[in-house]
Design a protein around this ligand. Structure first.
Ligand code: ATP
Length: 208
């Protein structure tokens, strides 16, 4: 199995590339979804969230009170408290997903995260893919996707690193300034490069 990390700024097209790869048979793990999953499934995280954010963090059926937590984190400036509870558990959970993918015989494992470069453990993934798109295009695309204001999106963008300065750490760069059809073609070309590296048994490093 070959392991791939994919990153890029808000609205660059990471999830779209992952959807294309998923259709072709890759095992995809999205860091945000993994965090949300852990907030429900990990008893220690649950306990810490209840202690820090109160009973309102969960609703009666045990599911996460997303609206409340999002409001506490982003409107009340408590995002670091939330991250301090969840982030330390992410690497092990990602490794577990990787092991699951390997066991199930997937050739390609993909980990999608906006903060991949900040949180990457050395040697954790075989390849890094960076998706880049012009700021104005990203803004327009996210405005359509999220129905949010340009002002809101600009604020979110300004909190992120400038990915144009991170090209050195990427093994592959996908520029997403064209149409969706063009993105699909590029994503498929990259996928075809990874596929033979996935082999049948184990990671690239074992095949070399
Ligand atoms: P985020 O970090 O916010 O999750 P992302 O990098 O995962 O963003 P996507 O959700 O894949 O970005 O793309 C943002 C939006 O732009 C989506 O609605 C997607 O369908 C659309 N999109 C992506 N690429 C293109 C393109 N080439 N042409 C038109 N729309 C696109």
């Amino acid at each position: 199995m070959v392991t791939v990390g994919i990153t890029g700024g808000i609205g660059s097209g990471k999830s779209t590339v992952c959807e294309i790869w998923a259709e072709k048979g890759a095992y995809i793990v999205n860091a945000d979804d993994l965090a949300k999953e852990l907030m429900v499934s990990d008893p220690e995280i649950k306990e810490d969230l209840l202690e820090t954010f109160g009973e309102e963090a969960y609703i009666a059926d045990g599911s996460l009170n997303r609206q409340y937590l999002a409001n506490e984190a982003f409107e009340k400036g408590r995002v670091e408290e939330l991250n301090a509870i969840v982030h330390p558990k992410i690497p092990a959970a990602a490794r577990q997903k990787m092991a699951e993918a390997q066991k199930k015989g997937y050739a390609i494992f993909v980990y999608e995260a906006a903060l991949l470069l900040e949180n990457l453990e050395p040697g954790a993934l075989d390849y890094i893919v960076l998706v880049l798109a012009n700021k104005e295009q990203r803004l327009q695309r996210v405005q359509i996707r999220d129905q949010s204001s340009a002002e809101d999106i600009r604020q979110r963008m300004n909190k992120q690193r400038n990915f144009e300065d991170s090209t050195d750490v990427a093994d592959i760069i996908i520029r997403n300034n064209g149409t969706l059809k063009e993105l699909k073609k590029k994503a498929e070309i990259v996928y075809e490069k990874f596929l033979p590296l996935g082999g049948k048994n184990g990671k690239k490093s074992q095949d070399e």
